[in-house]
Design a protein around this ligand. Sequence first.
Ligand code: GZL
Length: 344
Amino acid sequence: MKKLLAVLMVLIAAGFAFGAGRQQGGGSAGGVTKGMDRKIVMGYSQIGAESEWRTACTNSVKAAAEEYNIELIFSDAQQKQENQMQALRSFIRQKVDVIGWTPVVETGWDAILQEIKDAGIPVICVDRQVTLAAGKRQEDYISAFIGSNMITEAQKAVQWIVNYMKTTGNSRKKDDGKVDINVAILEGTTGSGAQVGRTEGWNQEISKYPNYKTIFRQTGNFTRAEGQQVMEAWMKSPQANDIDVLFAQNDDMAIGAIDAIKAAGKKPGTDIIIVSIDSVKGAFDAMLRKELNATIECNPLLGPQVMDTAVKILNNQPITWWVESVESQFDWTNAEAAYPSRQY
Ligand code: GZL
């Protein structure tokens, strides 16, 4: 009897020690997860907090974990791949039930994904996809992808720009199909799924319009500060006065660039037509100031879909591997009316 008691005490102590490694980031203590017969644990590796969009995405994930009563172990990688590697390995050690993950870049994940697969932990990719070594399929390592079609978003941006330059133009020219339209492009984090997809979508679509010339292209790493720095340099270059259109792969870089354009004595939204992607609140403020011309929506409110998918996977229920986000676009014709109902 004494031996049994001793063994029991050791097991309980081990249980407490094991539990203490989990941070209660979301989900109230106790109870079961919605749709489950127990409370599940999700390890979530987030990129960082580089943009308004990212913050909205994080808030959505945390709120949804609370709503589903899922214990969330949340890791912010400060946009570093090595930090995400460490977080993912810690989730394996902690034997979480499921991993949520937004990969900062598309490549370099083959080994860690094999380790996670060997550990039998399902992975849900959120917002950004991965590219594996030749012959390997994402679907064999990632249980589901939740996010936007980045290629489509950039194609929508091209169509908006081409239409606007034909009908309205900037303060110096309209697009008659013959005159050169000079474009500057602020790209997102190099090698990220968002930058790769939006660059592919832009290149595909703009190739239909041979009079569109890309005269500047550089990463602004999805941040306002870097978007401003890059634009400042372009505005000091000999070709500064040639820029007709700025395409920024997210609103934060566009907002930073707008400050640089104004500092250089030009009128953003008139002298330089500006289109970006995300549709965060800062973009609506800039559109209402007539400094940003349009923004293509990229929905960050993915939390509920992530948690619902996690429950379905753990319950062995059928899921669709990628349900594309349904998204809109906004410009001076509809921004004011849409603004009050915006959630991020
Ligand atoms: C897009 C997302 C991008 C946003 C940026 O789905 O990955 O990353 O467009 C964010 O604002 O930094």
